[in-house]
Write a protein that binds this ligand. Structure first.
Ligand code: GNR
Ligand code: NI
Length: 168
């Protein structure tokens, strides 16, 4: 297993749309394990392959308190069950240090394959529902800052660009 480097906004590679996984082979299982290890080390509650510059539709999540319930979603597809929106203060490992309120549907169904290639269907709520939508956005080249006002997004972009220059 390996801890991978996480790309940071406004890196244009975060805007790539990830390709579906066609076969769950050793390389995909290794990617899933590396995503989990990188997520736990960060630490974060989720990580999408896009964030480590691998443009395949694979996501790792663990929203448990004890950090002992790893979930892997391959080719996740989200269906909105109820258009009612819920606000959540979101952060992102690719936008370090910033937290902003984002509104997303509260009730969703996710269909995916798990790490063993078995079909998985869940109807998560709360943080898991938020996190899944946040991660599938990453696979589509989207970031939570895209939901903010242009002014807020620009401020975050400038602050991160400055910190990237300072540590370059
Ligand atoms: O660690 C994370 N926390 C978080 C908090 C609120 C909403 C979404 C998230 S996901 C984030 C990890 C991450 O960047 N995943 O892409
Ligand atoms: Ni994120």
């Amino acid at each position: 297993m390996a801890i991978l480097t996480i790309l940071e906004f406004p890196d244009s590679r975060l805007r790539k749309v990830a390709e579906p996984v066609t076969a769950i082979d050793d390389a995909i299982r290794r990617l899933a394990d590396d995503l989990l290890e990188t997520m736990y080390a960060a630490p974060g509650v989720g990580l999408a392959a896009t964030q480590v510059n691998v443009h395949r539709r694979v996501v790792a999540i663990d929203v448990s308190e004890a950090r002992n319930q790893p979930l892997v979603f391959i080719n996740p597809e989200i269906e909105v069950l109820d258009a009612t929106l819920c606000d959540y203060d979101e952060g992102c490992l690719s936008v370090p240090g910033f937290y902003e309120k984002v509104s997303r549907p509260e009730r969703i169904r996710v269909r995916a394959l798990d790490r063993d290639g078995q079909p998985l269907v869940m109807e998560p709520q709360g943080l898991l529902a938020v996190c899944l939508q946040h991660e599938v956005d990453h696979l589509d080249g989207k970031l939570f800052v895209d939901y903010l006002s242009p002014l807020k997004r620009q401020r975050i972009r400038q602050k991160l660009a400055k910190s990237h220059r300072a540590t370059a």
